[in-house]
Ligand binder design. Sequence first.
Ligand SMILES: C[S@@+](CC[C@H](N)C(=O)[O-])C[C@H]1O[C@@H](n2cnc3c(N)ncnc32)[C@H](O)[C@@H]1O
Length: 504
Amino acid sequence: MSDVHTSLIARLRDDLTAARFTVGHLEELWGVDAAAALGRGHRVAAERALGRLGATDPAATLARVFVLGLTVGADELAGALPTLGLEGAIELGLATAGGAPMLDLRPYAFTDDWGPAEWWVASDLGELALGSALPEDHVLGVGGASITLAGLQVQKSSRRTLDLGTGCGIQAMHASRHSGRVVATDISRRALEIAALNAELNNIHSIEFRLGDMFEPVAGETFDYIVTNPPFVITPRRPGVPTYEYRDAGRVGDAIVAEVVAGASRHLAPGGIAQLLGNWEYRDGRPGLERIASWLDSAELDGWVVERETQDPALYAETWIRDGGTRVGAESDDLENAWLDDFEARGVTAVGFGYVTLRKPGGGLEAPGTSHLRRLEQLDGPVATGLGAQIEATLAGHDWQARRDDAELARALLTAAPDVTEERHYWPGDEHPAVMNLVQGGGFRRSYPLGTALAAVVGACDGELSVGAICAAVSELLEVDSAALLDDVLPGIRELVTVGMLLP
Ligand SMILES: C[S@@+](CC[C@H](N)C(=O)[O-])C[C@H]1O[C@@H](n2cnc3c(N)ncnc32)[C@H](O)[C@@H]1O
């Protein structure tokens, strides 16, 4: 970045700070209902609220231009950017001489392990501002998937991090909070320019930006942490079907996710972790999770895949045709046919979406004989915020129990986690519960079914008695053999330790 740009960006930062261009202040200006409408892609309520303020508040002017995508006129915009000036805004590619936006720029608030923080994030103008479908080289702003992945990031400190397909730079910026150095790559030069602007604007100086296809810009290098929201949208390879750079890397089917998994294996240092979002196909009725498991096997990586949802081929096609801005009509019908033909050609019956956490073995975590992490699960219910901490705890929980054989586990003192409650369901009039579940309040909000013995053992886990001693007492109560009861409950205990419902 040139010195001129650095100094212009500093002036922009001063103006945004002085204007109180923050999530909280904008919400004060337009109210929660308009904020919710904006979240649904509708700007009229916010426009009306800001219109009532006129040009009295510079944050309102900046929001009209850079969030709602409206043209306010040169003088009003210049007044809201007194230090940068309109010329500076034009030079930075933010606005036109007529006071119309050239980029989207908005405040973004979040909370991570270091507490609450706020940035400004620039990206390409969206559909609202353009009034038309997105161009194929659109640089995405912070969307639902970006926020999901940012929240999943394991915030354990990393010396070197890779953000592959950085877009506006959001994952790299989050990773900079727990990494010494971040390398952020993208195939789009424009994305890298916008990401560099964002990093500079937010005073983040530990990110290096590199241009190139997939892992090519980091050939031969390894990282402690890789985060990527890859362009995983399955797209038919047929002339006339738009290929949006932000969501599609030109591969066939779900090959991009297989490629990321294989690349992570080559580019993770021993013990290193990779996290990504992805889609995987169900082919000929076989679960998509089996497909991704085969990629993990070939890559010889530890892996944990959480499938959050599945869509049938028609719903998948509709979702992504609409995402590109194509409305119902002949063009949309044509595209739906292209998607359904493509799915049929590979026998695709559904598409899974979810979170993937990978780990390169060899980080000194494993004792000899320790089983590698391989979890494949469907968790489609509501989840709590702060999943990154839960993922880190699950990796640690897995390692803790995997390092212990059954005899050692029986000697362990365990405690039920503070967010765990027991749920009992009774047939009307019955004294004994028909169903008992252990329910997690945080994280993935899991529900784990309990048999009588496991319920009694978990109920007595208060860190005072060993698992073996509790099992002996419970076996007396239930009048069953204590060794058999221990064998019966230990797999459940291992699972509950892994998922953080029982704590060592
Ligand atoms: C879904 S966006 C993710 C953006 C951002 N990381 C986020 O989380 O919001 C995918 C990004 O990958 C980039 N991309 C597409 N094809 C690529 C390729 N072959 N190699 C590297 N990056 C690519 C796109 O330009 C886009 O910025």
